[in-house]
Design a protein around this ligand. Structure first.
Ligand code: C2E
Ligand code: MG
Length: 583
């Protein structure tokens, strides 16, 4: 060891000088002598002596023991007490400062020498142990950090999920919720086929960045987690479930804005499933599964949507008690007359008149309340109940339309949504003709709405099926255009009559130039193919005006009317017989 630097704290200057002389003889360097504690503390913030010899009874507000314990907080310098007092209380207090020695005055030179030697050795050993401990902690923390952070996106990964969830749950009050948003990019595998590995990575990094910025800007407490490939989770605290829907919408819009990769411009759409703590589950693993089911359902409905979890989704994977109960209740829904059709008017933009309606089913349960279609159509499909329910919907819609016609109201077309499973039924044609026969409705007043994802498997067979249905005289609508592959060139092989543009294209077209251009082109192309174009989900005047400019044929949306029950719809037709006047 180089020469050892010692500081002495002793208020009796003669004693201090005497000790200093002895130390010099022992070849130590006494760099400073202080008579009180505070100047020593000031000194060690700048200089670090190797050891301090401290008298306990010194001048000033602090005694030697208090000074030593302050030093301990500031720097790792060993202290040896030199004192005339050795009562048990003083020794007890001194020992709490982790001092390196306690010499009672008067002492012999050898005692001082031995204590100094042992203290310095001990401190050196401690320093080595501390240093290696610090190195280990440092190494571990960086390993732990690497373990929890995904390198590519710089986002926390799956391992962070449970802790973050627990943290968010602990941070909310009794009325708040934690929403788990399960996000994945639609057709990611297909898009990736056109990209290099670097471009795929840049794409995911950009998505991660947008999501993280969004969550940070949201105000609530939230965290974005990267799961794998194109799969992200956002967990966020909220006051109401509606807030989660707004977040999901904003996320879709955000990720729907162009991403530039070298010379490529890419537009993404996303499917988002949402589950809530505590109403859906208390358990994060279960919330993950639930939000995933909801997301898959959103995708099966044509993608580019968000969907909250419903226990109806549980039936497929685990015949949970809630799912089974709901299924049993759904079995009785028809005979107990709990299903009801609502009708959303469709307006012709040239004549401003109501020219048709979309039939939208509701389930009014006497104790569980009203179920929207997304809560029970999947269950009906899964359990096979879609067959009698689908047939009932077709019958009801056609009979209702015929009843309005018989009452002298406008000749409207009624649109009925056909689910994937219904379309796969081999006797759909038979069902349709039977229903038309029973209701005496002329076939041109019935439209069948199908989404693209139903049709793109087994294209040839599906084209044949559609042609056969068209032979019955009904019209075929491509529903929710914009949410799937959205290539009209590809879809022109199908014998559609009507193209229904989804609100993801038309939403904010007044401010979103890209959407406006796409909508205009889609409408022009659809017209070239001889299709009637309906825009659905129209909520604002600005959207309406833009669609008028684009020569869209018909409009459906809350701006005009929400879905109405049969009575409300009839009253509307009666009050407004032929002309619809907006505002
Ligand atoms: P869809 O065929 O795309 O139906 C349009 C949905 O958009 C309806 O939701 C309607 O209430 C809603 N909507 C209408 N205007 C607006 C608007 O301006 N803004 C917004 N945000 N939404 C608007 P609904 O009734 O909940 O139906 C959801 C889906 O459930 C339907 O989507 C359809 O796929 C399915 N569905 C509804 N009724 C039936 C049915 O009778 N049979 C089958 N198989 N599926 C049905
Ligand atoms: Mg529809």
């Amino acid at each position: 060891m180089n020469q050892v630097n010692i500081v002495i704290v002793e208020d009796e200057i003669i004693i201090a000088k005497n000790i200093a002389r002895k130390l010099k003889n022992l070849n130590y360097n006494v760099c400073k002598i202080f008579a009180s504690g505070q100047p020593l503390i000031d000194y060690i913030t700048i200089q670090k002596p190797d050891i301090i010899l401290m008298d306990i009874a010194i001048r000033g507000e602090m005694d030697g023991i208090e000074t030593a314990s302050k030093i301990k907080d500031i720097a790792d310098i060993p202290v040896i007490f030199l004192t005339a007092y050795a009562t048990p209380e003083v020794v007890e207090r001194a020992s709490e400062t982790s001092c390196y020695g306690y010499i009672v005055k008067p002492f012999k030179d050898e005692e001082l020498y031995a204590t100094l030697k042992i203290a310095l050795k001990k401190h050196q050993e401690n320093s080595i142990v501390k240093k290696s401990l610090q190195d280990t902690i440092k190494e571990y923390s960086s390993q732990i950090e690497n373990l929890y952070i995904n390198n590519q996106t710089n986002l926390p990964n799956r391992l962070f999920l449970r802790d973050s969830f627990d943290y968010l749950v602990a941070s909310i009050n009794g009325e708040q919720l934690v929403a788990v948003l399960n996000i994945s990019i639609d057709r990611f595998k297909k898009i990736s086929d056109f990209l290099s590995k670097e471009q795929q990575d840049s794409l995911i990094t950009e998505v991660a960045q947008r999501l993280q910025n969004y969550v940070e800007s949201c105000g609530g407490q939230g965290i974005t987690i990267y799961m794998k490939e194109d799969h992200f989770i956002i967990m966020i605290t909220l006051d109401t479930k509606i807030q989660a829907n707004n977040y999901a919408k904003e996320i879709s819009n955000l990720l729907g804005q162009a991403i530039y990769l070298e010379n490529q411009e890419i537009f993404l759409s996303t499917s988002i499933g949402i589950a809530f703590y505590p109403s859906d589950s208390f358990n994060i693993e279960e919330l993950l599964q639930q939000s995933e089911k909801a997301r898959d359902y959103a995708r099966s409905q044509g993608a580019n949507r968000h969907q909250s979890f419903s226990f109806a989704f549980n039936v497929k994977i685990s015949r949970s008690s809630e799912g089974l109960h709901l299924e049993a209740e759904l079995h009785h829904a028809l005979e107990r007359e709990q299903l009801e059709l609502y009708y959303q008017p469709k307006i012709d933009l040239k004549t401003n008149s109501i020219v048709g309606a979309e039939a939208l089913v509701r389930w009014n349960h006497p104790t569980m309340g009203r179920f929207e279609p997304y809560k029970f159509i999947p269950l009906a499909e899964e359990s096979g109940l879609i067959r009698p329910i689908g047939e009932w919907i077709l019958n009801r819609a056609c009979q209702q339309n015929k009843a309005w016609q018989n009452a002298g109201l406008n000749d409207l077309t009624i649109s009925v949504n056909i689910s994937g499973i219904q379309f796969k039924q081999s006797d759909l044609f038979h069902q349709v003709t039977q229903v038309l026969f029973n209701s005496s409705l002329e076939p041109q007043y019935l439209e069948l709405e199908l989404t693209e994802n139903i049709l793109v498997e087994n294209i040839k067979i599906n084209i044949q099926k559609l042609n056969i249905l068209k032979k019955a005289g009904v019209k075929i609508t491509l529903d929710n255009f914009g949410t799937g592959y959205s290539s009209l060139g590809y879809l022109q092989q199908f014998p559609f009559d009507i193209l229904k543009i989804d609100s993801c294209f038309t939403h904010n077209i007044d401010s979103n130039k890209i959407n406006a251009t796409i909508t205009k082109n889609v409408i022009d192309m659809a017209h070239d193919l001889g299709l009637t174009v309906v825009a659905q989900g129209i909520e604002t005047e600005a959207e309406l005006n833009n669609l008028k400019k684009c020569n869209c044929d018909e409009i459906q949306g809350f701006l005009f009317y929400p879905p109405l029950n049969a009575k409300e719809f009839k009253n509307l037709l009666l009050s407004n017989k032929s002309i619809y006047s907006h505002k």
